[in-house]
Write a protein of this length. Structure first.
Ligand SMILES: O=C[C@H](O)[C@H](O)COP(=O)(O)O
Ligand SMILES: C=C(OP(=O)(O)O)C(=O)O
Length: 359
């Protein structure tokens, strides 16, 4: 018996989606890409375990909307990553899913054509193509895990995962993180609450059983082992930064009190820069200063950076999409490539003498 007056009354359609296996078969992991992911995750685990003295930096566009410009950015970043690799471990920020405060473009996977056609099937495949391309360059990728199903399609190409400020308190995202193969950075809440991120790290470190899909796209009870590489990302909140010495100390005490490793990443963007991209290098400089003065808990940083500084709105008129400025963000404003190079070279130079003796 069909009951359209009772069931799925607010669902307009169920459109077919290729399974993870189908997309993997079209775009298989190559040996070079697998090496990038293995090496990337190993470097990050080493930093979190304090066997690798470097600072890791997740740097790249607020969101990827144009894979051509994204790859152009990735090639520049790879050259810079090699140059500073004795001091900084560089991970490219490859964000395909955007959590919105209310509404807005939800990212390349959700709407790859940016025209409200919401071709998630196309977005997922093109996202995987892009991740493969940058892994082939030898560059590790970091992303925000938002949709709990997407990791089955892309997870083998990711080295670092963020759980965002809007989802750190969500049980679904804690469960998901407990099964992810990468280290996971949990952001403090948008209101600045660090406690929810500490609770998330504890929760994700445990085993969970929950509903998901397997690689064949079939509903499955997912049983996870727990992820012991959860760590805290301070991103500021309620319009106020939280990367200062006192905030970092208090956050570290909260982690220690929960019996967790005291591993803290500073997101130099978002509320830590008052959403003013030009402030990001100053925040990074402050993180470097804290390390130079003996801080032991800061192990990573994040920068929102693109080829061209600033951001631009997505035009309502599809015909005007071609007029978008190449290499400029369509979500949060970013620093330019030149500013990125300068900030990272300076950070590397100022950390070179202090990091090796830090463990
Ligand atoms: O980093 C990205 C944005 O800050 C986040 O997606 C929220 O964006 P919004 O407040 O513009 O929706
Ligand atoms: C959405 C993001 O950050 P946050 O969760 O800190 O707002 C982001 O980094 O894109």
């Amino acid at each position: 018996m069909t009951t359209p007056d009772i069931d799925n009354i607010n669902v307009a359609a169920f459109d077919p989606m290729p399974t993870p296996d189908e997309i993997h078969a079209r775009l298989p992991l190559t040996a070079v890409a697998a090496r990038t992911v293995r090496d990337g995750r190993a470097a990050l685990r080493g930093i979190l375990d304090r066997t690798d003295h470097r600072l890791f930096v997740v740097v790249g566009p607020c969101s990827i909307h144009d894979p051509v410009a994204g790859l152009d950015y990735a090639r520049r970043l790879k050259a810079l990553a090699d140059e500073v690799s004795d001091t900084l471990f560089i991970v490219m920020r490859v964000y395909f899913e955007k959590p919105r405060t209310t509404t807005g473009w939800k990212g390349f996977i959700n709407d790859p054509h940016m025209d409200d056609s919401f071709r998630i099937d196309v977005g997922m495949e093109r996202a995987r193509r892009f991740l493969l391309d940058i892994a082939e360059l030898g560059l590790a990728a970091g992303t925000e895990a938002l949709d709990p199903i997407a990791p089955q399609y892309l997870g083998d190409l990711i080295s670092w995962t963020a759980i965002g400020a809007r989802t750190t308190e969500s049980q679904t995202h804690r469960e998901l993180s407990s099964g992810l193969s990468t280290p996971v950075g949990f952001k403090n809440g948008t209101n600045g609450d660090v406690g929810i991120a500490v609770n998330a790290i504890v929760s994700a470190s445990r085993q969970h059983s929950f509903l998901g899909i397997n690689e064949c796209g079939r509903s499955a009870v997912v049983r996870t082992r727990g992820n012991r590489y959860g760590h805290l990302v301070l991103r500021g909140g309620d319009g106020r930064p939280n990367y200062d010495t006192v905030s970092v100390q208090i956050a570290g005490e909260a982690l220690a009190k929960a019996g967790l490793p005291v591993n803290i990443v500073v997101d130099c963007s978002h509320a830590n820069s008052y959403k003013k991209p030009d402030q990001q290098p100053l925040v990074l400089e402050n993180v470097v200063n804290q390390i130079r003065l003996g801080n032991r808990s800061l192990i990573g940083a994040m920068l929102e950076s693109n080829i061209v500084a600033g951001n631009q709105p997505i035009p309502d008129d599809v015909a005007k999409l071609a007029d978008l400025t190449y290499g400029c963000s369509v979500t949060d404003a970013c620093i330019s490539w030149e500013t990125t190079e300068k900030a990272l070279r300076e950070a590397a130079a100022r950390l070179r003498d202090v990091l090796p003796g830090r463990q």
